[in-house]
Design a protein around this ligand. Structure first.
Ligand SMILES: Nc1ncnc2c1ncn2[C@@H]1O[C@H](COP(=O)(O)OP(=O)(O)OP(=O)(O)O)[C@@H](O)[C@H]1O
Ligand SMILES: [Mg+2]
Length: 220
């Protein structure tokens, strides 16, 4: 059941993925602006987060260090389930274009590929919490770790556990997302995230239109 195929749903679900500092939040905002200008009803959200409870879980994760990987995975999926049931699914039925900053691919990469939790176990949790739901389109922002790190350091004073990762870990994540795009080619596209925001945004928009041709000029 992708958002597009289900008879119950009129909207579209687009996720943004990639390592820290690749420009996800920036590009989510720019895509939302473009689609809103063209008449779509757009909802921006993020993971973990998107509901009151899920944002509380986000806060717990953000302010805790050395969290056991399985605990972290369970909290991520608890937040995701709540987000899906209380917000994503109802809004899709109403015809919203939902643009989500990270989704379950991040669990596959961070808890699976980086923290070595077997992918089958993560997919079991995905099945329990999301059933067969898949994004209509997933943008994977790809950037060399050195540039991503530079962007992050300019951005914030407080760096969390993931922001403090080594270049090696960044590369594991980058390659992890490449593997995701190979595993789900029908919904994923790797986008070169270097260059200025506008340049990246036009690459993103071109890809969105190719994967979801119905998206443009859709009066909702
Ligand atoms: N194309 C770009 N060129 C230069 N700087 C950029 C570009 N896109 C975003 N930035 C800047 O880089 C920083 C990180 O961008 P952003 O917060 O969008 O990344 P992110 O992928 O959401 O990071 P995180 O995973 O940590 O949330 C911000 O300060 C942002 O203004
Ligand atoms: Mg962000």
């Amino acid at each position: 059941m992708s958002a597009r195929n289900s008879k119950m749903k009129k909207g579209f679900f687009i996720s943004f993925e990639g390592g820290e500092g690749t420009g996800k939040s920036t590009q989510v905002r720019l895509l939302a602006n473009k689609l809103t200008e063209r008449g779509s009803l757009v909802h921006i959200t993020r993971e973990p987060g998107g509901t009151e409870l899920s944002e509380k879980i986000r806060n717990i994760l953000k302010t805790s260090s050395n969290v056991d990987p399985i605990t972290e995975m369970l909290l991520m999926f608890a937040a995701r389930r709540e987000h899906f049931i209380k917000s994503i699914y109802p809004l899709l039925k109403q015809g919203y274009v939902i643009i989500c900053d990270r989704f379950y691919d991040s669990s596959l990469v961070y808890q699976g590929i980086l923290k070595n939790i077997p992918i089958e176990q993560i997919m079991q949790l995905k099945e329990i919490t999301l059933k067969s739901f898949e994004p209509d389109f997933t943008v994977i922002l790809d950037l060399p770790p050195s540039i991503a790190k530079e962007r992050i350091q300019h951005r914030q004073l407080y760096l969390d556990d993931y922001d403090m990762m080594s270049e090696n870990e960044y590369n594991i994540i980058r390659n992890g997302f490449r593997k995701i795009s190979e595993a789900f080619p029908f919904r994923c596209k790797i986008i070169n995230a270097s260059g200025d925001e506008k340049k990246v945004s036009s690459r993103v928009y071109k890809a969105v239109k190719r994967f979801i041709p119905e998206i443009e000029g859709r009066p909702l």
